[in-house]
Design a protein around this ligand. Sequence first.
Ligand code: NAD
Length: 396
Amino acid sequence: MALKVAAIKETTPGERRVALTPEAVGRLSSLDVDVLVETGAGAPSWFTDDAYEQAGATVLDSDDLRKTADVFVSVTRPDPTMVAALRAGQTVIGLLRPLSDPSYAASLAAGGVTAISLDGIPRTVSRAQSMDVLSSQASVAGYRAALTAANIYDRYFPLLVTAAGTARPAEVLVLGAGVAGLQAIATARRLGAVVRGYDVRPASASEVESLGAQFLRLKSVESAAGEGGYARALTPEEQEAQQAELAAHIAKHNVVITTAQVPGRRPPLLVTEAAIAGMAPGSVVVDLGASDLGGNVAGSRPDETVVTAGGVTIVGAGNLASDAPGAASAAYSRNVCALLAHLVHDGALAIDLADEIQAGIVIAHDGAVVHGPTNALLHPNDGPATERSAGEGAAS
Ligand code: NAD
């Protein structure tokens, strides 16, 4: 019998993405996977129930879906009602954020549900690149960050020579040149802005320059490259020196886009209140790192936009990938298909905790939390986790 994989309707407020698009149905058919879709799941990203049915999927209401499916795929975490309705032996795949809320993983394990969290895909394993939802969604978010800034900025991004005079190009600074930052740089460049990029990983300099932007080199922090291609956290002294040196550069830019993250930590503060006070009225700051714990920019809050007394607009970007749900869902869906191609054998999920990719993403299985870092958070007094390596990418 074919494995039944169901895309559920997202319940996180404001979430417009869907985990599987109609295109996935054809991709998964060769794996002997039947695709089920919750009624209306694709509607916020303009994939109609008809489109799924025409592709060969079965559209069901939530009750029938829960009874029928073997595997549920979502973007954000299924809500508590859904979790309570799951039965032992079923599987949930999504961005489950086990490290920011390990109790969620524990509740799935208690119900005998297998939990697979895409935040843990090992990003340096080349065969896992096609499954890397962190990269695909960060790329969409970086693109939208540049467009958001351009939309709010009250002047042109490109140099324009017209009969009414010459408009200077916008000066854009992108702080953090990982996946999102590089996409923001590329997009701002395409719009004609003069772009500079900065990162604490020196390796990112050539990537920034290959996009036609200048790499900003600071004297205060020469390198803070960490493990696995990520940055390490700065010491308090380094951070203070970095903030002070950055402030002088920030003051010379019309637009600042921040994307800096350190795995497992709250986002580093790069743009201080003093730096914002130094910016000209009309300047725009987009903080992709905005979180409830604070972001890269002093005072930013997710999904809030404020204009300071000095006339600087600060956008606390919440979920920019969801602002382009068609592109984000298409990429996410392909990532999920690649993962299922890795996991499904003979019409069933072949869970193997010794597999390098699965070690990072299988969080709960056979009634237990099996992910070392999640277990370490659930049982902090049990000493270091020994049964599994972290294998987890960015903080979830
Ligand atoms: P991320 O979201 O963890 O962080 C974004 C950027 O912020 C990073 O480039 C980081 O160096 C930077 N940063 C952190 N602290 C900073 C600070 N104080 N000041 C300035 N910048 C700071 O990173 P990401 O976008 O997920 O990617 C990180 C790395 O992983 C990159 O090297 C990327 O190329 C690599 N990566 C590799 C693969 C792969 O090999 N398959 C896939 C995805 C990403």
